[in-house]
Design a protein around this ligand. Structure first.
Ligand code: PLP
Length: 433
């Protein structure tokens, strides 16, 4: 006998490509031996545990300012946190936004990080086409596909999504089928930073088709990693909210990467219109609100601690990125065609010359010790294993078979050294047949 599963439930019976990939590996993962460079965890030492403790004590002892912090919260989010986010933008000139840019707009807090806001978008719009860059944020595109959306991914270059290709692709699509653009400003997996000129051009294109069909096709900018652009001296990002009509552009942010993923604080800045009403209702449906205590802690951290935190986090990631880049040059140089990363966030996206990286490849089999050859896999016990995200999971281009994403958020530099050496061995193995 079967359950009366919904379409979504039926689609969810099949684990996502990433879950499938990591399931086996996670089961018998050996701490200190195996290396997981697939997960997008932040570095534990960047999480300000003491400041979070201090914030908690301040909040529970100040009932006047922080009412009911351990009780239910309102679905549009804590007023303290919403104010703190706005003040952070204005004080630190984030995205070039001023107080005026917040007039007529709302900051809404998601029930459970930016992920819940992204998920809510997929319920708010009718399934249809979503435009994004290639490589794409595979976790969200999979959610969208399970909910019946079709992903149209436009290849990027070092300035982000190529707008000339976008225009050409749009000529072949029926505009009526397009629901929204999902644009990650520091792309995951490539960490390519979308240039300001491209942001403006993308909004212009979306607004042109909106005008044509008489319906808003919003551009959703996901700026999850903009607080951790750690290379200095590069173009300062301008918020997409500065371009085009206010009801056609949303900006999603998260405090996961700069403070702590476990706070689960994500937000959206959008027009104070029907969209904001619907999103607030979805937040209420999902879990009433994000936990109020976490929201108050996040607001306190933004008010008291963001400056030193940003400096510390970005200094740490920049140092690590430079160390790893030097490892690439030393050990992988001759095998690599190119790579992106090192300026922002904590991913490198590698393209190999002739070495395939997909799940069926010799390179992958070597690193996961699934070659079937005991000399490679290990005689009695498996030799050290390494997991990464194959390009085929996050891209549809022909290059994707030769690409992979490595995350350098979580693991320490010496583990990375081991990892890069293992990859060099895997390259030798991959080429030896
Ligand atoms: C592009 C992008 N957006 C959103 C998120 C999720 O953020 P949150 O932790 O706030 O749910 C991630 C997390 O890795 C991400 O890479």
């Amino acid at each position: 006998m079967k359950y009366a599963f919904s379409k979504l439930a039926k689609a969810s019976l099949v684990p996502s490509a990433v879950n499938q990939l990591t399931a086996d590996f996670a089961e018998d993962f050996r701490e200190g031996t195996d290396i997981n460079l697939g997960v997008g965890y932040v570095n534990d030492s960047t999480i300000p545990a003491d400041a979070i403790g201090e914030a908690f004590s301040e909040i529970v002892s100040n009932q006047h300012q922080y009412r009911n912090a351990l009780n239910y919260g309102g679905a549009d989010g804590s007023p303290n946190l919403r104010r703190a986010i706005m003040n952070y933008y204005i004080r630190c000139n984030i995205g070039g936004l001023s107080e005026k840019n917040f007039e007529g707009r709302k900051i809404l807090i998601g029930a459970n990080g930016a992920t819940s806001i992204l998920d809510a978008l997929s319920d708010i719009f009718e399934p249809g086409v979503v435009i994004t860059a290639d490589p794409y944020y595979y976790i969200y595109t999979e959610t969208l596909e399970r909910k019946g959306y079709k992903i149209v991914a436009i290849p990027e270059d070092d300035e982000g999504l190529k707008v000339d290709l976008l225009s050409k692709t749009l000529e072949q699509l029926s505009p009526d089928t397009i629901r929204f653009f999902y644009i990650v400003t520091v792309n995951n997996p490539s960490t390519v930073i979308l240039s300001n000129q491209r942001r403006k051009a993308i909004v212009k294109i979306a607004q042109r088709i909106s005008q044509k069909i008489g319906r808003i096709i919003p551009v959703v900018f996901d700026k999850a990693y903009e607080d951790i652009i750690h290379k200095t001296g590069i173009e300062k990002p301008v918020s997409g909210l500065k371009f085009g009509k206010p009801d056609g552009v949303f900006e999603i942010g998260t405090l996961s990467k700069i403070f702590a993923p476990a706070l689960r604080i994500g937000y959206i800045i959008c027009s104070d219109n029907d969209f904001a009403k619907v999103l607030t209702q979805r937040t209420s449906d999902i879990g009433f609100s994000s936990p109020l205590i976490n929201q108050e802690i996040a607001g306190w951290l933004l008010d008291h601690y963001i400056h030193q935190q940003r400096e510390k986090v970005n200094r740490g990631y920049q140092k690590k990125a430079q160390f790893i880049q030097q490892l690439f040059t030393k050990h992988l140089g001759k095998y690599l065609k190119c790579y992106s990363g090192g300026d922002a966030a904590f991913y490198f996206y590698l393209t190999f010359n002739d070495i395939r990286t997909d799940k069926e490849s010799r390179f992958f089999n070597f690193l996961t010790r699934t070659t079937g050859d005991p000399n490679i896999d290990g005689l009695t016990e498996k030799l050290p294993r390494l997991i990464y995200i194959p390009g085929t999971i996050c891209s549809k281009t022909s290059d994707s078979k030769y690409q992979l994403r490595l995350s350098y958020g979580f693991e320490e530099p010496q583990v990375f050294e081991r990892a890069v050496k293992l990859m060099a061995e895997a390259c030798v193995y991959a080429m030896s047949y």
